[in-house]
Design a protein around this ligand. Structure first.
Ligand SMILES: Cc1ncc(COP(=O)(O)O)c(C=O)c1O
Length: 303
């Protein structure tokens, strides 16, 4: 887990713009940076006795966290129950079940809607109260931050030469990745601009109304509880259609297979690169592998 590669975009960025570097988190065991948080959370809870050997674990997850927890729980001997939803890619639900997790689905015919995460979270808390399972509670669990801190520290060590890093951007759900990575990166680059990415259709951090969208994994319709206004310097809203189009272009033009949230990250990073200009650097993350989205609408539309 971790030690993932970093590549520089070669064709999606104009020659007169800043460099864009991408940390390829699809290279983790379940194909997502969520593996880092699952291990970090389970290890921390086991270390101080909040999680006993063999105790069941429960969590609400649209998909990637559930897949990563299912992997880590299988490896560490904890039964897992996941409350997920119809908004999750079918590959993610099957991954959870393949690792032996019990999955319960909350209906969500309209994708990521503002009431979805609260409904899933309530159900997971109910299960924890009824069964005594350890509730991960990812929207409030700071045990994940060391896992993402390592991601940021790796990235700082991997960027070549003394050029530095001017900006980092990423799409937020829990904001765990954004917080852990930017804290590590700020230690290496004190002037770093920290840019949160959100869906234009639910741009609440930009002051807009909550709405439904298809960029799964974030844009929850409210400020993530762990993310304080002082934790970011800017918010960029990316339209769902632009995120999807960029994910498709990244596959064809860069050989970078990714999902919608990574598409949003790339749109934001390329916008920042245009603004910053030559001699500057922007970094972002490939959240997960596009292999998780092959059965859904993202690549089905490709001729
Ligand atoms: C596909 C995808 N992208 C982005 C995110 C956002 O990551 P974070 O929760 O660290 O903010 C998630 C989180 O679930 C996700 O599943």
């Amino acid at each position: 887990m971790g030690g993932t590669p970093v590549v520089r975009l070669a064709r999606l960025v104009d020659a007169g713009h800043a460099e864009v570097w991408v940390k390829l988190e699809g290279a983790n065991p379940t194909g997502s940076y969520k593996d880092r948080m699952a291990l970090s959370i389970i290890e921390a809870a086991a270390a101080d006795g909040r999680l006993r050997p063999g105790q069941a674990v429960v969590e609400a997850s649209v998909g990637s966290t559930g897949s990563a927890l299912a992997f880590v729980c299988a490896a560490t001997g904890h039964p897992l129950r996941v409350v997920s939803s119809g908004a999750a890619a079918v590959e993610k639900i099957r991954t959870m079940r393949a690792f032996g997790a019990e999955v319960e689905l909350v209906p969500s015919p309209y994708g990521m809607t503002p009431d979805l995460v609260p409904a899933m979270t309530r159900r997971a808390a109910e299960i924890a109260a009824e069964t005594g399972a350890y509730l991960v509670d990812q929207f409030h669990n700071t045990d994940m931050l060391p896992g993402y801190h390592r991601l940021g520290a790796e990235l700082a060590a991997q960027l070549p030469g003394p050029a530095g890093l001017d900006a980092f951007c990423s799409y937020v759900g829990t904001a765990g990745c954004f917080l852990g990575a930017t804290r590590a990166l700020r230690a290496a680059y004190p002037g770093l601009r920290r840019v949160v990415v959100e869906p234009a259709e639910s741009a609440v951090l930009s002051g807009g109304p909550a709405g439904s969208h298809q960029i799964e994994g974030g844009g929850i319709g409210a400020r993530p509880p762990l993310l304080a206004p002082a934790d970011h310097d800017e918010v960029l809203a990316v339209a769902e259609a632009d995120a999807f189009a960029m994910a498709r272009r990244a596959a064809r033009e860069e050989g970078l297979l990714c999902g919608p949230s990574t598409g949003a990250n790339l749109v934001a990073a390329i916008r920042l690169a245009a603004r910053l200009g030559p001699g500057h650097r922007v970094a972002t993350v490939q959240v997960d592998s596009g292999l998780k989205y092959l059965a859904g609408p993202l690549f089905a539309a490709s001729p």
